[in-house]
Every structure is written in C-alpha cells, then in structure tokens.
Ligand binder design. Structure first.
Ligand code: URA
Length: 434
C-alpha cells in the first residue's frame, strides 16, 4: 500500500487545495511503482485539469517526473549538445529533419520524444513508420551511438523520466492535455533528463495547437524557459504558427516522406525555413557557432546533403531499413487515396487544424485508447494554404485511408472555410522569446 492515500490526494485537488511537493513526489513515485492504478491517476489528472496547479506545484511536478528516472550527462563526449521540443502540432515533422541536421554540424543531439498526444502527432510514431526502426535504446547503446554519429532519437523507456511516459499516455486518452502546468513538467522533465546542454522550444500557437492565443503561447514559452534554466540548462523559444498544418503531409509515413524531401533539398518552404531557424538557434545556444555564423552553417549542412546522409545513418543505426527511406515507394502506403474538393469558389480563410488532427486520429493515425495500434499509412496531404484563391472543385487535400470512408471526406471538407476573403497568410514565426 502507498504511504499516501490516493483518495485523499484526489479529494484535495477536487476541492481546490494545494499539494505539497512531498505529496506530489510520493503520488508520482507510487504510480511508478504501480501501487496506484491508472483510474485514480486519471481522476487526479481531471481534477487538476479543472482546478489548476500553481507555479510551485508545477515545479514540484517537474522534479517528481525528472527524478522518476536517471539524468544523463554527455559532457565526457567533449562536444556541445542541444535539442529542441515542440509543444505539439499538426504536420509538425521538424524534429526528424532537425536532429540529423544539427548533428551534421557537430552538435550532439540526444533527442527524447513522445508519441501522438491528443490531436497532435508524435515523433516516435512517425519514426516507427520506418520499417524496423527501434525507438528504444539501452543507455550504453545511446552513448555509443551519440559518440559515433552524434544523434539518437528515442522514447523514454524505464530510465528516462518514466513517470512522464506513463502520465503522457494517460493524458492522451483522458482529454487532459491542454494545460500549461501539465505541459511544462512533461517537456522539461524529459528534456533535462536526456542531458542536452541547450534546449530550444517550438511553442505552437493557433487552431491546431494546445495554446490557441498568442498570449497563452508566449506565457508557456516563458515558463518553459524559466523552469529549464532553474534546472541548469540554457533555453530559448520560438512561438510559431499552427493555424494550418505545417507543410503538406499529416500522418506518420506521409510525414516521413516529406522529411526525406526536405533533407534532399526540396519539400515545402515553411518546413524548410522553420527547420533552419530552429537549427541555427540550437547551434548558437549550445555555443557551437556564433549567432551570425549559425544560419550559414545549418543551410550549408542541409544543402550539401550532409544532413540527409546523417539521417540515413540514423535510420540504419536504429535498426531501420535504409532502403525504405532511400527509394521512392519504400514507405508504407495507404490503399485508398481520395481527393477532398472545394464546394465553392472563393478564398481559403481558415483551416480547422484541430479537427484535421482529430480526423487523422479517427482514421487510425493516432490513439483513442492507450492500447490502440497506430496505422502508419493513413493521413492527408493539404494542398491549399490560408489566403489561396480556389475554384469550385479544386483539390483542397487528399485523404489517405485504410478503406473507403465517405464520412471522413466530408469531415475533411468541413475543416476548410472558404469565404469572400481577403485572408492574410499567417506569419510562420510569431515571436522570438530568448
Ligand atoms: N509534448 C510533451 O512532451 N508533453 C506535453 O505535454 C506536450 C507536448
């Protein structure tokens, strides 16, 4: 039996009381020991979602998650280290391009990522759509790979903030995601535990993000930075647009294909430019390059093919089949592809990116219950951007489905609002918070 009575702990938050750091630590530790079941943690998550955690509770939760596992340190490898984490978006495949790109510039990237969360996609699910790719490595294997190729991309496993891994999976399926005081501990605990010296946060803002307004996103960015710095790491953030999916592809295997296109010198302009901005920030924050020099270094590493080569090495090192990323048609593909067309002419005014993300979860690209298997093949390709003029019948998107689904096509069409315009294309980088 846990020392702490979980019913009393839940009741305290239900009744809007403040937890002590000791109680929070014990609740998390007892959950990790499996002395408290998922249903009681879910009840507490909902109570806290509704009634809040204050700053001290948020910091105590961060420490409780961080100390649920080990803290890694790569200083003996003798190179600067950095990582980036996104707060979650639709079509956000930046990490897959950024990690090998920054490693190709001589900075260690010990990247620890999550699975899909709520309506957003997760880096681990995307990587696992590459046949054979393993997202768990033992700590010794992580060290050896980091030393050899400068990059690892893994999930938390039992060593690294494991309590965040458990709670993250519960939040995903209990509608308890969109709260700053859950997001900060979740991100900062795993990022500090992984041992990168400099952390860059991409805080998404808009209809497809957890933070819908600029004020909330900037507040989250500042909290991420201050809690990270209080734990002895350098940190900076960019607040970036998520009012429409990033790039064209949404869905696990489709996003890997778009990653490959960008790494090979093509791909959508927004994906390329945000990747370069975040990569340059990682270089300058880690001390590997000056602020003036960093943009040239990362652009050169992308355009020379060095980042692409590092990506193929990464795939091979983690058990993936390099042929699946090197040859066209190597990734799993959906059997049914259907266009979603515009019902009328006009200007694309808004995209309901939250609903598009939910649609991808609904057709099998994410989870509705913890045990669900993700179908890597499904998703959509978004062909129009906010501000574009369209004619009736123009293709707005293509849906990639496991089987025919007329309802999904209609739901996708309803996500694109076409009006008289004009509608301005959103700025990609909304605010730089350093
Ligand atoms: N990414 C995380 O790792 N955790 C969150 O809560 C949100 C985004």
């Amino acid at each position: 039996m846990p020392v702490l009575d979980p019913r009393e702990f839940i009741r305290a938050k239900r009744d809007r009381r403040v937890h002590s750091a000791a109680d929070l630590r014990e609740f998390i530790a007892a959950y990790l020991r499996r002395e408290i079941p998922d249903y009681q943690v879910s009840a507490w998550l909902m109570a806290a979602y509704l009634n809040g955690l204050d700053e001290a509770e948020t910091e105590a939760l961060t420490l409780a998650l961080l100390h649920s596992g080990r803290t890694f340190d790569w200083k003996d490898l003798g190179r600067p280290s950095a990582d980036k984490h996104s707060t979650g978006g639709v079509g956000d495949k930046i990490s897959l391009i950024l990690a090998p790109l920054v490693a190709a510039c001589g900075v260690l990237v010990p990247m620890v990522s999550g699975r899909g969360l709520g309506h957003t996609g997760g880096t681990l699910d995307k990587l696992e759509s590459i046949p054979g790719f393993r997202t768990f490595l033992e700590p010794d294997a992580m060290r050896a790979q980091l030393d050899r190729i400068g990059v690892v991309m893994v999930g938390q496993g039992p060593d690294l903030a494991p309590a965040d891994g458990l709670i993250y999976a519960l939040r995903d399926v209990t509608s308890t995601v969109e709260r700053e005081y859950f997001i900060v501990p979740s991100i900062v605990s795993k990022k500090v535990a992984e041992g990168a010296g400099a952390l860059v946060y991409d805080v998404k803002c808009g209809s497809g993000a957890f933070m819908k307004t600029r004020a909330d996103a900037v507040h989250l960015a500042r909290r991420l930075i201050s809690v990270t710095r209080s734990l002895g790491r350098r940190a900076a953030a960019r607040v970036t647009d998520m009012n429409q999916p990033l790039g064209v592809a949404v869905g696990n295997a489709l996003e890997v294909q778009e990653t490959i296109a960008v790494l090979r010198g093509g791909g959508p302009a927004d994906v390329r430019s945000l990747t370069l901005e975040l990569a340059a920030l990682m270089l300058s924050l880690s001390g590997a390059a000056s602020v003036a020099e960093a943009p040239k270094r990362v652009e050169q590493a992308l355009d020379s093919g060095a980042a692409w080569e590092r990506f193929v090495e990464l795939v091979r090192a983690q058990g993936g089949d390099p042929a699946s990323v090197e040859r066209t048609g190597g990734m799993p593909a959906a059997p049914v592809v259907v266009p979603v067309t515009a019902a009328r002419a006009g200007v694309l005014e808004t995209v309901d990116s939250f609903a598009l993300g939910e649609l991808v979860v609904g057709i099998g690209g994410g989870r509705r219950a913890k045990e669900d298997k993700v179908d890597p093949r499904v998703g959509l390709m978004v062909r129009r951007r906010i501000g574009d003029r369209v004619a009736a019948g123009d293709v707005l998107a293509e849906l990639h489905l496991a089987k025919d689904d007329a309802g999904a096509v209609e739901r996708a069409r309803a996500c694109f609002r076409i009006g008289e315009g004009p509608a301005a294309a959103p700025e990609l980088v909304i605010e730089r918070v350093d």
